[in-house]
Design a protein around this ligand. Structure first.
Ligand code: DPX
Ligand code: MG
Length: 581
């Protein structure tokens, strides 16, 4: 550390250097991305963004990470944001951005601040008679911005270097505050034009504080409400992480002493080895005891919870009534009260300091909890089954592991894994777009290079975005992918079957060889028995230079019991007849 006078000199010198440095729109953007903590940005090149990419490259604190297509680029950034808090993806106009929009919609639904940056036509062509490539072939090229406004919290179009700093700061600031994606479109002739130097980053990253009076009132009312209750329980939802309130939720749990159930999308957001952890609440497919304890309680404190048709198992499991407290990212409401402009973190921390102990649900859960039945290993040469795959994955999950579970039966398989303290679990349960996990695994691995990533991916999902395994190979990343080949869209089979649920088979192990080409170190293996799977896992753990994909071949109908129950309820919910007109 520098002593004070030397520090002051260093600051003056830095300020002088900053003044001397001429910023361009592109280097300004790069500086801001770096200042908010990004070390990487995900990119697919195109002529509308090439000059911008040069400008971004000029920032030595930011590394460019190349993707195979723009959908994957968006998902990679989404995965990076999960590991790193925020992310940026840079694409070209329309042909690129419109593909990325699926992933940006996902980032919106999943509360992740991903900044989508798109190159755009030359500012002189706006409103002119010129028709431009990569457009709809009309004279109005505002459609991309208009579309972006629907799936981001802030969407700006930059056609002037003078206003660029304000627009860039607005988009980034809004994304970070709201934990939602933002969109920045930059005309291709503007990114290298000089602009003002960035001001202090604190103006961009400053969080909106809670209103102290409202916070106080909310806490007083909640303390009084809980005092009247005998059996409160806490239910943790997926917005807890976006609210940055995981520690505060633990503090509240310990102050209340009650049981804590999590929703499936929030797995790992409350430590599973915590003595008050009561499992996953998910209606009829809850882990044993979790549903019973939530149903038994007289006050369900829902924290960052997100109820949709899937998380309520086709609207069959949703806490309702006078006992429900809803503590959301910026709002708390319950029994005759509604408080907004308070941050979840502040509310939980303040409530933890004031609340009285109410441990009845913990005592009761202690009586009804049942440890998982021991699993018997399959015969090594018996045909591989889903349950055996899960059994063999369990011991791989350590405190340094992140499990990434794709939409499909992989959700249910992943949810069955116990997580030691520090292990993380990623699921895209609100958006549920198949194809998310391969690029999200890539992005996550770039964002958290020290972690062991285990991805569970179905065959149908993998076929959407498989190319991104080649990018893992390119960067010598080492995730282990369990590719569950059940020859179809089995989750859809359980909801409603037909010929459209069959998937063309691939040689998945051979695909990794093809991706390796002349210089890659990916491994592709195929397991049809428990013995082959155990051997493949051994090879995967020994592969220090690249990803390993293990194709696990199982029967088309070999799925989890949870998926069968879930499929039945979702099918009933989807099939409700229209209301009479
Ligand atoms: C679809 C889904 O093979 O997994 O375990 O066999 O179900 P399972 P697969 O990856 O198949 C996934 C498939 C087709 N959902 O069962 S969940 C509809 C769908 C979606 N996202 C997109 N298109 C279609 N969720 C982008
Ligand atoms: Mg499948």
């Amino acid at each position: 550390m520098l002593d004070a006078p030397t520090d002051a000199i260093a600051n003056t010198q830095r300020a002088a250097r900053e003044q001397a440095k001429t910023y361009t729109v592109g280097s300004y953007l790069a500086e801001r991305l770096s200042q908010i903590g990004l070390k990487h940005h995900f990119v697919v090149a195109g002529d509308y963004n090439l000059v911008l990419l040069d400008q971004l490259l000029s920032n030595k604190d930011l590394e460019q990470v190349y993707c195979s297509n723009e959908l994957n680029c968006g998902y990679s950034a989404e995965g990076y944001a999960r590991a790193h808090g925020a992310a940026a993806a840079v694409v070209t106009f329309s042909v690129g951005a419109l593909s990325a929009f699926n992933a940006i919609g996902g980032a919106y639904a999943e509360n992740l601040p991903v900044i989508l940056i798109s190159g755009a036509p030359n500012s002189n062509d706006r409103g002119s008679e010129h028709l431009l490539h990569h457009t709809l072939g009309t004279h109005d090229n505002s459609y991309q911005l208009e579309m972006a406004k629907k799936i981001t919290c802030a969407a700006v179009s930059i056609t002037s270097a003078t206003v660029a700093p304000a627009l860039i700061d607005h988009a980034i600031r809004t994304a970070l505050r709201e934990k939602k994606p933002a969109y920045i479109e930059i005309a291709c002739n503007i990114s290298s034009v000089p602009c003002a130097a960035p001001g202090p980053i604190s103006g961009v990253v400053a969080e909106e504080p809670s209103d102290p009076e409202t916070l106080n009132a909310a806490v007083e009312a909640a303390v009084a409400f809980l005092r009247k209750k005998q059996k409160p329980v806490m239910l943790i939802g997926s917005k807890l992480r976006a609210a940055g309130a995981e520690k505060e939720a633990v503090a509240l749990a310990e102050a209340l002493g009650c049981s804590v159930a999590v929703m499936a999308a929030a797995k790992s957001f409350f430590p599973e080895d915590h003595p008050q952890y009561a499992g996953i609440y998910w209606g009829e497919i809850s882990t044993p005891g979790a549903r019973e304890i939530v149903d038994w309680s007289d006050a369900v404190v829902c924290i960052g919870a997100l109820f949709n048709d899937y998380s309520t198992v086709g609207w069959t499991a949703m806490p309702t009534g006078a006992g429900v407290v809803t503590a959301d990212m910026n709002r708390v409401h319950f029994e005759g009260h509604d408080f907004s402009r308070i941050r979840l973190r502040d509310f939980l921390a303040a409530l933890a300091r004031k609340v009285e102990k109410r441990d009845a649900t913990m005592v009761q859960y202690g009586r009804i909890r049942s440890p998982r039945a021991p699993e018997k290993p399959a015969q090594p040469d018996a045909k591989l089954m889903r349950a055996e795959i899960v059994r063999q994955i369990r011991p791989l999950v350590t405190s340094n592991t992140t499990v990434i579970a794709e939409t499909g039966d992989s959700w249910f398989n992943g949810l069955q894994l116990e997580l030691p303290r520090g292990a993380r679990f990623e699921i895209e349960m609100m958006w549920g777009s198949i194809g998310w996990s391969a690029p999200a695994t890539f992005g996550y691995a770039v964002g958290a290079p020290g972690r062991r990533i285990i991805a569970l991916i179905g065959d149908g999902s993998f076929q959407l975005t498989a190319q991104e395994v080649a990018q893992m190979i390119r960067r010598n990343l080492r995730p282990i992918i369990f590719l569950i080949n059940n020859h179809g869209y089995t989750i859809e089979v359980e909801i409603h079957d037909g010929p459209y649920n069959n998937v063309k088979n691939w040689d998945y192990a051979g695909l990794i060889q093809a991706f390796n080409a002349e210089d890659g170190h990916g491994r592709g293996l195929r397991a049809t028995t428990g013995g082959e799977l155990a051997e493949a896992i051994r090879v995967a753990l020994a592969n220090k230079e690249g990803p390993t994909l293990i194709e696990c071949v199982i029967h088309r109908d070999d799925c989890s019991a949870d998926l069968i129950s879930f499929g039945r309820q979702v099918s009933i919910a989807n099939g409700r007849p229209p209301r009479p007109e």
